[in-house]
Structures are given as structure tokens and as C-alpha cells.
Design a protein around this ligand. Structure first.
Ligand code: URQ
Ligand code: ZN
Ligand code: ZN
Length: 584
């Protein structure tokens, strides 16, 4: 099968033995626990997870000794083939999903973004046309509500009832383009709640940005550094708070996309402690993997490649604080907001930062960056890694447990993750369409050795073998039980009174190599002994009296590696939480 075989899925005629796969001797990681188990796959579905499985002859076997078997990543935020700010993103649905699979992501959720005045259904159909025959992994769609009228409301209803959409993104920024005012935002959120869909917001105060921009340009600040100056943390935090208040007024669940700052996390945390229906927060690989100091780089190309909105923050404590927020369930997910532009397009803003098309890369390196910055440093354990990079998105967008879980009955979207694999991130070797990578030069330890997409081995011991068109469009049903509760009480966050400043863990800074896998494997060893630190399905830490705090653990590296290789057995003690989508 050639790697790039357009529309080749229908032509796939694999012998039945090739539809069978056994992943043996690995440690299976879900968001609520780990166990040493084999995983048997047939016809794209996980059939069995356990020990001593009875397997038909001729089944291909992957030996995962010393490796982790995790659900494939779900990237809840991509922009493939998006036209914005006079340019088109460089990665189309083929190149973008190919890069996703290379990095271990097996489902993406892209955004249909209609132009002002455009029919939402028409825009949705355009997106399906762009994507359906190109995607190398499954995908779903959010739809942007970029203008308001009664016809928009009607189309939202149709999108939910007929087209498999359960989430809508509203913009509080991009004044004169996609921005809604507060009244429109309120009605749009109300509509989402009526439809039992999920309202998403891009939280920045577009009016403040517009005025600040006028003043900056008038004072002669035209370079990329002006981007951050026009929209500092306060501008983001104010919008987060306002969005939460509006959602609360209309009793709508809310999802805030790309949270980029400590101030925004603080605003979100306060809202989450008081609000029901729930509020969820997403951050980005860019936010934990780099920072806003790059806007001062003398090279326009370099600085402009980091321009996205909300911007990266110059405060050097931001990446660690955001990682800590992910670990503590103040944030629930990490996406990429992958939105790459060629250099010639970024140059549209050479003399005016407001014209630099907004967006950065991330779909390929999201998992490795999170593992390196979050797990290898001891900030989060592998279960929480699975939660924020996969399971939480499946739960929130009502794809769970078909996606986001290693269990019998789920889609066979899996990673065999090698916690010792080392590489240096570089545009020279990445699969994304642009010759620039915002994580350039960062040394990461831990990465996918095998990536299985719908039962097919698409990264095979490091060799990429994607199939164009292999992915399917995933309908996301409304009335997600995880959000709306099937008649039972909705999930609530505990009351938290104060927001302590996040501690700065002992870790490497951006770009500084570390070969120390001890912390990650400490976590693995800790998990194997006690299961402590495993996240609940809502992400909060479950640590029982007497159980050890993994972040303060002092195991030796050799013991930990032995622990993984010798496969100390552990059973999941917590049953899978949350509500199922009725798969079983
Ligand atoms: O706002 C977004 O999510 C897209 C449209 C652009 N990318 C970005 O700068 N965050
Ligand atoms: Zn946005
Ligand atoms: Zn985006």
C-alpha cells in the first residue's frame, strides 16, 4: 500500500490475518489507572485487554515490553486548510493529519469557520469536502458562530440534529471579523444550552485590543512585539471572566479554548469553583513548550512564526504554571491550535503586526512536548497525561469510550509509547508543511514507537505509513452525559477559596537538553506499586491516606526501569468513571 494513495481506503483489501494485531507485554495506561495487559485488535476494534488471551494464528504481534500502551491522542483544536487574514494555512487535511499521526495523535477536531454572513451549513459542507478524502485519521468538527441572526440559530439546530456537530466556537476578539458582542454571545450560548451542545469561546477583549492597537501603531510600534503588547494577560483574563458570567447567566456549559496565561487560569479557576453547569479550559502545546520572549527576536520570520492569539506570554513562569494547572485540573485539556502559515504569508504583516496571520504549529509535537515538560519533570503522571491529551476531549465531545480509552469495544486508536525514545525537535525532520518549528532544538525523551489508527499500524517502529482517506468523520452527538449528566447531577468542581501561586518545579528550561528519564519512570514505578496519583476521570488527583506523593518520590532510576521492564502488575482499582456513550 503506497503511503500517499488518494482515496485508497475503499480499495484496501487486507487479508483477515492482517486485520488482527496483538500488542503484548505492555503497560496499558488509561486516565484512571494502569495495568500490565495485552491488547488484541481485530477489524479496527479492541476486542480484548488482559492476560493469557486466546489469539488466532497468523496474528501480527508487537512486543511492547518496557513500553506504555495508551489511547491515541485527541487534538481538540486544529485549523487545516483555513483561510484567514488574507492567507491559507499551509497544512491541509492530508499533511496535517499525517503529521498528527506521526506524533501519536489519532483523532483531530477541526473548526469550520464561516465568513461573516455565510451560511453555517454551507461552510460545514465545504469543510467536509476538504477533509473527507484526505484525512489519515478520524476527525470531528466544531463550527464557529462568527455572526448572529435567526438563520444562524436555525442552522445551529440543523448542525446538531443532522450533521453530527455538538460544539460551537464564539469569538470575543477579531473585532470587525468574527467577534460577537455580549448580547450575541449570550444568545449563542443560550442556543447551545437549548441544543444540549457545548459553547466554546475565544476569550480576549476585542475592543481593548482594537484601541491598544491604534495607539501602538500610532507610536511607531509595528513589529511582532506589538502583538503581545496589544493584548496582555489582563485582556485575556477579563474575557475569561466575562464569558463565564454570561454562560452562568444562561445556564450553559462552557469550554474556553487556548488559555494562554496565569491570569486567565486564575479567572477560570474561580469560575470553575462557583459554576454549574461546568466550565472547561483548554491550553496549548505552544503554551507549555515555548514562551513570548520570541516576539522580541530580531528576525521577523522567527518572531512572526510565534504569533498567535491569545499570544504567548513573556512571563517565564507561564509554562510551568500552565503545566501545574493541567496537573491540578484547573485546566482539563491540551490542544495544538495547529494553524501554520508559510513565511510569505506571515510577511503580510512585515510592516504592521496586525496583519501577521495568527497561528503556530503543534499537531505533531503536542504529545512529546507534554510528556517532556509534564511527565519527565514529575508535574503529572502518565494517567493525567492520557487524560489531558486524549480522554478528556473524548469525554467532553461525547466520543468516550469509543475514543480516549484502551478497553474492549473501543476503536483501535492506540500508541505504543517508548518512554526512553530520544529526539530533537526540528523543522528539518518534522512532517508539517512549513520549514519552521516553534519547538526547534528541544530535546525530548519519550515518543511513539507504533501508532495504530483504526487497527492499522500507521507508525511502524518509527516508519510512517499513513493512508490518505483512512480516517472517518466522527459525528459528535449532543447531550453529552459527562457535561449534561443523564438526569443525574452534573459533575461539579470543588470549592477552592484561594489561588496559590503555582510552584516552579525543578525542571529544565526550553531548549535545554535533558536525558533524565528518571522522573517519568519514577512515576511509572510509583503507579505500578500503588496506583497513587492516578487521575479520576474528571482529572482530580486521587491520593489516599498513606499513599505516596509521586512528585516527592525518591525512587532510583534503575529500579524504576526494572519496574517497567519486569512488569510489576497492577490492576485498576477505580472503575472507568463518567458516563458511557452507550457503546456497550
Ligand atoms: O483563534 C484561533 O483559534 C485561530 C482562528 C487562529 N489561531 C490563533 O491565533 N489562535
Ligand atoms: Zn481562537
Ligand atoms: Zn484556533
Amino acid at each position: 500500500m503506497p503511503e500517499h494513495a488518494a482515496n485508497s481506503v475503499s480499495g484496501i483489501n487486507i487479508k483477515s490475518s492482517q486485520n488482527r494485531l496483538l500488542i503484548k507485554n505492555g503497560r496499558v495506561v488509561n486516565d484512571d489507572g494502569m495495568e500490565d495487559a495485552d491488547v488484541y485488535i481485530e477489524d479496527g476494534i479492541i476486542k480484548q485487554v488482559g492476560r493469557n488471551l486466546i489469539i488466532p494464528g497468523g496474528t501480527r504481534t508487537i512486543d511492547a515490553t518496557g513500553k506504555l500502551v495508551m489511547p491515541g491522542g485527541i487534538d481538540p483544536h486544529t485549523h487545516f486548510e483555513l483561510e484567514m487574514m488574507g492567507a491559507k494555512t499551509a497544512d491541509d487535511f492530508y499533511k496535517g493529519t499525517r503529521a498528527a499521526v506521526a506524533g501519536g495523535t489519532t483523532t483531530v477536531i477541526d473548526f469550520v469557520l464561516p465568513q461573516k454572513g455565510q451560511s453555517l451549513i454551507e461552510a460545514y459542507n465545504n469543510w467536509r469536502q476538504k477533509a473527507d478524502n484526505k484525512v489519515c485519521c478520524d476527525y470531528a468538527l466544531h463550527v464557529g458562530v462568527t455572526w448572529w441572526s435567526p438563520s444562524v440559530k436555525k442552522e445551529m439546530e440543523q448542525l446538531v440534529s443532522e450533521h453530527g456537530v455538538n460544539s460551537f466556537k464564539m469569538f470575543m476578539a477579531y473585532k470587525d471579523a468574527w467577534m460577537l458582542d455580549d448580547y450575541e454571545l449570550m444568545v449563542a450560548m443560550e442556543t447551545c444550552a437549548e441544543l444540549r451542545a457545548l459553547a466554546q469561546v475565544h476569550a480576549e477583549n476585542g475592543n481593548i485590543i482594537a484601541r491598544n492597537t491604534e495607539k501602538l501603531l500610532a507610536s511607531g510600534i509595528t513589529g511582532p512585539e506589538g502583538h503581545q503588547l496589544s493584548r496582555d494577560e489582563e485582556v485575556e483574563a477579563e474575557a475569561v471572566n466575562r464569558a463565564c458570567v454570561i454562560a452562568n447567566q444562561v445556564n450553559a456549559p462552557l469550554y474556553i479554548v487556548h488559555i494562554m496565561s496565569k491570569s486567565a487560569v486564575k479567572a477560570l479557576r474561580i469560575a470553575r469553583s462557583r459554576q454549574n453547569p461546568p466550565v472547561y479550559g483548554e491550553t496549548l502545546a505552544a503554551t507549555v513548550g515555548t514562551d513570548g520572549t520570541h516576539y522580541k527576536n530580531a528576525c521577523f520570520r522567527h518572531a512572526a512564526a510565534h504569533v498567535l492569539s491569545p499570544p504567548l506570554r513573556p512571563d517565564p513562569d507561564t509554562p510551568d504554571a500552565i503545566l501545574q494547572a493541567l496537573a491540578d485540573d484547573d485546566l482539563q485539556l491540551i490542544g495544538s491550535d495547529h494553524c501554520t502559515f508559510h513565511e510569505k504569508d506571515k510577511e503580510l504583516g512585515k510592516n504592521d503586526f496586525t496583519k501577521i496571520p495568527n497561528g503556530v504549529n503543534g499537531v505533531e509535537d503536542r504529545l512529546a512536548i507534554l510528556w517532556q515538560k509534564g511527565v519527565n519533570t514529575g508535574i503529572m503522571d502518565p494517567c493525567r497525561f492520557v487524560s489531558v491529551s486524549s480522554a478528556a476531549a473524548a469525554r467532553i465531545f461525547n466520543l468516550y469510550p469509543r475514543k480516549g480509552r484502551v478497553a474492549a469495544g473501543a476503536d483501535a486508536d492506540l500508541l505504543v509509547w517508548d518512554p526512553r525514545a530520544e529526539r530533537t525537535v526540528s523543522a528539518a525532520t518534522h512532517r508539517q508543511a512549513v520549514p519552521f518549528n516553534i519547538f526547534e532544538g528541544q530535546h525530548v525523551v519519550g515518543g511513539p514507537q507504533y501508532v495504530i489508527v483504526n487497527g492499522r499500524v500507521c507508525l511502524d517502529d518509527g516508519e510512517l505509513r499513513v493512508v490518505e482517506g483512512l480516517g472517518k468523520f466522527l459525528k459528535t452527538p449532543p447531550n453529552c452525559p459527562y457535561i449534561y449528566g443523564g438526569g443525574e447531577e452534573m459533575p461539579r468542581t470543588p470549592q477552592k477559596v484561594d489561588y496559590p501561586e503555582p510552584t516552579t518545579p525543578n525542571r529544565v528550561t526550553n531548549g535545554t537538553p535533558t536525558n533524565d528519564v528518571s522522573v517519568a519512570t519514577k512515576q511509572l514505578d510509583g503507579m505500578s506499586v500503588t496506583s497513587s496519583g492516578c487521575s479520576t476521570p474528571t482529572g482530580r488527583k486521587m491520593r489516599e491516606p498513606g499513599q505516596r506523593d509521586l512528585q516527592n518520590s525518591t525512587f532510583s532510576i534503575s529500579k524504576e526501569m526494572e519496574g517497567l521492564d519486569q512488569k510489576t502488575s497492577v490492576r485498576v482499582r477505580n472503575p472507568p468513571g463518567g458516563k458511557s456513550s452507550g457503546l456497550w
